[in-house]
Ligand binder design. Structure first.
Ligand code: ZN
Length: 440
């Protein structure tokens, strides 16, 4: 049966519109659509946008803050150490359950497409296997790409490279890398080349953690861009974080931008984590540590945001709501001019679709997939200002989440289930695991 969304506001269109959804797609956008046999939903002038995309999230670590040790310094490096201990204790089943819970939160917040990192550092690769299972098991709620992510680096131990290769063989969509985490600059450069080799051999895309540091001498982004150009990978490479760019001198940044443009790289800042984890070695003034979003955009370089973490060893907060990193980004990046705010949502919608190569089926236009979010606001600025309720969320034309009268519901197993948004609480005592649903 078709569905008609009545009285919708749509970006850059005057007045209120009706949207007919048929076979999972937007069949027609018009005023006063007829269709007596169709199911109708009156949006009462609410804003309809394409549903959000999260370009960078670690579904394997969600809800693990405090599972082993707490990250007391707030630094990235302590987070990595704590995670190294935490991940050893996580069973496949627990990873799947945690990720599933996080996905429901994300859907209820308007996201229906994401890219997750799966840590390849455990010898049995159970984290990768678990997230590949999640990718298949939650297709009704979320389109997921899995990046095989060598958290410990590619060259820091003999096991790292074969495990990364195995993860790609198992079916990961993208090859990850973390050159600034290798032992030396030379190893970092080598790791970039290796990641591209694996991607080329297996026809995968490249999705790196690049220069996530305040160190202005961390310059692996230029290596990634050069490798992209040499191998003809333009449009198939994303670089996450790139926080060191915040600390580059302007002359170097200018040169780098030309290279990024040529390589058609997408830069993926993660503002929530970046503002929390960077600047930790500064006294005053303290650097913000977010990459140069405004300047990159002005130079015609694609930028799309990630949430990165939800209550894990790196970032103890987070609701899986892409409007939070967006809200943070416009503040840190001085992007509060009127036009900046009107187009800010591109950072979690169209720019991300471009990076994922799905622009041809994405957007509030006839013929596109009916992946939509209805916000309780009249325009983008109002939506961002009041962090508007996501009243309805559609994926492939199916209503998958709704939030009416303060009750948040997500469709699971064909019916709506109330979502209480209590974090999946997991505790560990003396190496023994106890798991329970959070009852605070
Ligand atoms: Zn990350």
């Amino acid at each position: 049966m078709d569905m008609i969304l009545r009285n919708a506001r749509i970006h850059s269109r005057e007045g209120l519109w009706d949207i007919r959804i048929s076979d999972g797609r937007i069949a027609k956008i018009s005023k006063g659509l007829r269709g007596t046999h169709d199911e109708t939903l009156d949006l009462k002038g609410r804003l309809v946008m394409p549903s959000f995309i999260d370009m960078h999230v670690h579904l394997d670590s969600v809800f693990t803050s405090g599972y082993s040790e707490l990250n007391t310094s707030g630094t990235l490096l302590e987070g990595i150490t704590v995670w190294g201990d935490t991940r050893r204790k996580l069973t496949s089943d627990l990873i799947r359950r945690k990720a599933g819970e996080a996905l429901k939160w994300m859907v209820s917040n308007g996201t229906t497409r994401l890219r997750t990192h799966a840590d390849t550092s455990e010898p049995d690769l159970r984290i990768v296997k678990a997230l590949l299972d999640v990718r298949e098991g939650f297709r009704h709620l979320m389109d997921i790409e899995v990046t095989a992510f060598p958290q410990d680096g590619i060259l820091t131990a003999d096991r790292c490279l074969p495990q990364l290769e195995k993860a790609v063989e198992m079916g990961a969509d993208n090859v990850g890398l973390i050159p600034h985490n290798e032992y030396t600059r030379e190893d970092g450069v080598r790791s970039v080349k290796i990641a591209f080799e694996i991607a080329e051999e297996n026809d995968k895309k490249v999705d790196g953690h690049i220069d996530e540091t305040d160190d202005p001498h961390s310059r692996f982004l230029e290596v990634v861009a050069a490798e992209t150009i040499r191998r003809g990978f333009q449009g198939r490479v994303t670089a996450g974080h790139t926080t060191a760019m915040h600390s580059y001198d302007n002359a170097y940044a200018f040169k780098l931008f030309q290279l990024l443009k040529k390589a058609q790289l997408t830069i993926v800042p993660n503002p929530l984590t970046n503002i929390h984890v960077q600047g930790r070695f500064d006294t005053y003034p303290k650097r913000r540590g977010m990459t140069r979003v405004k300047e990159l955009l002005e130079s015609g370089i694609n930028v799309a945001l990630g949430h990165d973490c939800i209550m894990d060893p790196w970032y103890p907060l987070g609701m899986g709501d892409m409007m939070q990193p967006l809200f943070m980004a416009v503040h840190i990046g001085h992007m509060m001019g009127h036009q900046d705010l009107v187009t800010a949502f591109d950072l979690i919608t169209h720019n991300s679709a471009k990076a994922l190569g799905v622009s041809d089926q994405y957007g509030v236009e006839e013929g596109k997939l009916a992946d939509l979010v209805v916000l309780d606001a009249r325009n983008e600025i109002e939506a961002l200002a009041k962090q508007a309720t996501r009243t309805y969320v559609f994926k492939g034309g199916v209503l998958v989440a709704r939030n009416t009268e303060g009750v948040r519901e997500v469709r699971t197993n064909g019916r709506f289930e109330e979502l209480d948004c209590l974090p999946l609480e997991i505790t560990s005592k003396g190496g023994e695991k106890e798991e329970k649903m959070g009852q605070i």
